[in-house]
Design a protein around this ligand. Sequence first.
Ligand code: FAD
Length: 272
Amino acid sequence: MKTSFEFFPPRTEKGQKTLAQVRQELSAIQPEYFSVTFGAGGTTQEATLETVLDIQKNDSIPAAPHLSCIGSKKDEVIALLDQYKKANINRIVTLRGDVPSGMRDIGDFHYANELVEFIKTQYNDHFHIEVAAYPEMHPQAKNIQADLQHFANKVSAGADAAITQYFYNADAYFRFVDEAEKLGVDIPITPGIMPITNHTQLVRFSNMCGAEIPKWILERLRCYENDLEALSAFGTEVVTDLCQTLKNQGVDSFHFYSMNRTQPSLDIAKTL
Ligand code: FAD
């Protein structure tokens, strides 16, 4: 079974130490790669670079930086990718990002497919390009057909693989994969798995990214709000069941949104 884990770049020394420990613990199951997010508009550029280079240098697991293009100029993207290439990094999670409020100049790229095409043109096949996919539709898309077509455009532009937004309804994933195949998409589409550990945070994230929390899950999370242990046990059971459903239908690769924590991602990944 292939696994990968996503981190955000820590802002403090304490956060860096915690993440180093988490990386060590997760390395035990030999993930395919560790990815590091990138704040849209370049807000975490230095911290992302630093974390990625640290993983690449000190861990036995390859690092994969995220790169969101909104607000970026072509020469800035090249300067960053050259540093990654020099550090033998060969996988990039390629995104548009969300326009930060107040940003006037959105830069040289409007959508992720343009960044994919640019990287392919500049670096040929040096980078294995992952793109984002939305089984429950990207929140800004006009409709599901348009969103699927935009996803297919990223694949035509040269994406090698995709990672989905998280979801708790396996049918949404299977339908998305089927419909993408009908549009000629033949790249692996790895489900993004979000462990459940915190009710308020999950609701906030889900509202922002358009992921649905089914009512039967939401009602239980509300009940467990003041009992974090029970909430965590319930969340781990739900997400483990989701992964088993995916696995039973042939999914062989899982990307965990770890939130810079070992658990519960590791417990869930170990069951696969
Ligand atoms: P796109 O593929 O460009 O799509 C964005 C929207 O535009 C969609 O609604 C699409 O349907 C529409 N669209 C695309 N092309 C066109 C067109 N030609 N005309 C009209 N509409 C079009 N964000 C970060 O800032 N940093 C990260 O590190 C990060 N990591 C992520 C990792 C994963 C696995 C996922 C799923 C998301 C991540 N995000 C990250 C969030 C992502 O940047 C946002 O969801 C963003 O709003 C869309 O990015 P995208 O690459 O999917 O954009």
